[in-house]
Design a protein around this ligand. Structure first.
Ligand SMILES: [Zn+2]
Length: 99
């Protein structure tokens, strides 16, 4: 854990966190949250977000956004047709179907 803390302080040194670059980690946020990555790749991405102070906020932001959308949809004040429409879009997105 001390090593992780040091890595965080000094920005990871030579090796990119998790062995993947920030660009690769960012590109996999959606799949990572949806659990669509294979275990090895998910491990790398998780390690990257664990250590990388640049990418970590993006993961939290994305997770928080999805959570808030789902929570908002549970409110009885949301019109039924809007709720169903948004749920449909979310489900379609999670299945990876286009538009
Ligand atoms: Zn990063």
């Amino acid at each position: 854990m001390i090593l992780d803390a040091l890595k965080r302080l000094f920005g990871g040194g030579m090796e990119p966190p998790g062995g993947i670059s920030c660009e690769e980690a960012m590109a996999r946020i959606q799949e990572f949250i949806d659990g669509e990555l294979d275990p090895a790749e998910a491990g790398n991405v998780e390690e990257h977000f664990d250590v990388c102070t640049r990418c970590y906020p993006h993961l939290k932001l994305e997770e928080g956004f999805r959570k808030r959308v789902r929570e908002a949809l549970r409110q009885p004040t949301v019109p039924e047709d809007l709720r169903e429409g948004v749920l449909e879009i979310l489900e379609r997105e999670e299945k990876g179907e286009p538009g």
